[in-house]
Design a protein around this ligand. Structure first.
Ligand code: FAD
Length: 115
């Protein structure tokens, strides 16, 4: 990891971006209106075009094309994002995350250690 005041490399950018993306799913409506779904769909499209690691963005767009975003509920969207992240984990040879626990990781830790 680079010193905190250096421009981000692909890893640092990625780690912080996943924090943002999973936090967005964790605070998404439990049941989303068609307007909210449309808004998120637009965000994901734009994200896939502007994410400043171009090969990452390209692979994300491709994965999204093959795995249409599930935006009706928080549960579905959180699970979809977890699977998107796992596709990258797999590509990089990292351990895949058990998506049953995405909400515990990003919304409500159950063991008390996070305050
Ligand atoms: P990260 O993968 O950044 O994960 C951060 C934390 O999220 C983990 O500590 C864990 O607690 C949690 N987590 C892990 N997996 C999941 C999951 N499936 N669901 C929910 N939570 C989870 N890097 C490349 O080298 N090549 C690429 O092509 C590439 N594509 C990317 C595409 C996108 C859209 C993004 C956002 C990032 C991409 N990255 C890519 C960066 C890469 O995914 C990692 O962020 C980076 O390698 C740092 O990894 P890390 O080990 O710190 O943990």
């Amino acid at each position: 990891t680079l010193p905190a005041d250096c421009p981000p490399d692909v890893e640092t950018l990625g780690r912080h971006t996943w924090t943002l993306l999973h936090s967005i799913t964790a605070t998404y409506p439990t049941v989303a209106t068609p307007e909210k779904q449309q808004e998120m769909s637009m965000f994901l499209d734009i994200f896939g075009r502007i994410y400043p690691c171009w090969f990452c963005a390209g692979d994300f767009r491709k994965w999204k094309e093959e795995n249409k975003p599930k935006l009706e509920t928080r549960q579905d969207f959180g699970d979809w994002m977890c699977r998107a992240h796992n596709a990258v984990n797999k590509k990089l040879g990292k351990k895949e995350f058990d998506c049953r626990f995405w909400e515990e990781r990003w919304r409500e830790a159950k063991d008390g250690r996070c305050g």
